[in-house]
Write a protein that binds this ligand. Sequence first.
Ligand code: NAD
Length: 435
Amino acid sequence: MKERLSCIIVGAGHRAMYYATAYPDRMKVVGVADPSALRREQTAKRFGLDPSQCFESAEALAKEPKQADFIINGTMDDQHVPTSLPLLTRGYDMLLEKPFATNEEEMWALVSAARRTGRKVVICHVLRHTPFYAEIRRRIADGLIGEVINVQTTEHVSYHHMAVGFIRGKWNRSDYCQSTMLMAKSCHDLDLIAWMKSGIYPTNVTSFGSNFQFSPENAPPEAGTRCLIDCPIEKNCLYSAQKHYIDHPERWSFYVWDSLEHTDKPTLEDKIESLKTSPYGQCVWKTDMNVVDHQSVLVEFEDGCTATLNMIGGTSKPSRSIHLIGTHGEIQGCLEDNRFTIRQIDPRPGHEFTDEIVDLNITGDMTGAHGGHGGGDKRLVQDFLDYISGKQPSLSTTDIQDSVAGHLIGFCADQSLIENRIIAVKMQDRMRIIE
Ligand SMILES: NC(=O)c1ccc[n+]([C@@H]2O[C@H](COP(=O)([O-])OP(=O)(O)OC[C@H]3O[C@@H](n4cnc5c(N)ncnc54)[C@H](O)[C@@H]3O)[C@@H](O)[C@H]2O)c1
């Protein structure tokens, strides 16, 4: 086996940079493709690349002979498919960000291309790689709770995450970024539902949701339009840009101070000036957002199993939970606790059920020890490197075909929201054509 695998970063944003630097002993960055001259320059400096290793786009890179083992594709949602197709044809394996497509047709185009070219494409479903979800999945695969009858998941998107991503941020308009909030934020949770039912197709999906809070009609009567310019109630506002971004300077800094990335060390004055004009200084009730702030999804699978996701934005605490109910018992837990409970039916006299707590903090799989997303970010890269080196893939690592069901549930849920009806999931026929 080669000592270090070589990779090229396509889309040198903060996600790709994280993956690219996760295992310097196992991988070496040998190129970058990004239309931003500043990001190409910063990446070249960081990894010691010469101009011949820097490309103005994925398409330009794909025109050249293959020059690395794999690609880290960290472009934005609507660029995932157009940038990936030529690179797969050129023969690269790929670690690709989610959502890997923004509609059903382009999703199938990418899955077909991966199949046709025989390349390995792994989607950055980082939660699958957390100790929390990986350990739960292992127990489901071992049949510990029997056949899964129902899966209940929740994602609570905190008030500060909601504001920075979906009210003021890059994902606040689905007609601009091409992703709905459900796909941009909770395609992970839909993937987890589908992954827990791996091999069993979803058949029907329905969904409800809306923007409950963040519209001009709901603005406090005295609210201005920009927190640092014309708002008399800024001091008492839960969504004050001063409180979110100046008083918490590190929180979401890679989004908020994006426009200052040409400055080595932006000063406080630079930041205050930036908030006077950037999207991040807008009143949260008066932006041009067109995405929901909460959405519920109900899914039926071909074996009769049902599943739900409740995504709620604007919560006090960020959290994700899962509760799987099987024919022999149940598994229930919250990602942030890094602990879950397994209960099994126990009909013996004097008993009702057994109760086992699996505490991953105690076993040493500490959430923070392995990086962001509950430890999933770093383990994703490790699992991907093992996979493309020819090692037995972990239970969390599957090829792109196994990421289809979760995305399809999301596309159908969004269609259901618009058309106000149950949507039949047409997965089996398309999979058959591809296979
Ligand atoms: N897995 C996760 O949990 C997770 C978390 C956050 C974001 N994401 C996803 O990661 C992706 C990247 O997000 P980000 O905030 O790092 O993005 P970003 O905007 O910081 O970076 C994207 C980069 O792609 C470049 N680009 C655009 N067109 C290109 C082309 N044709 N060829 C090459 N480069 C091109 C842009 O210039 C930019 O530098 C998004 O799809 C987002 O949804 C995933």
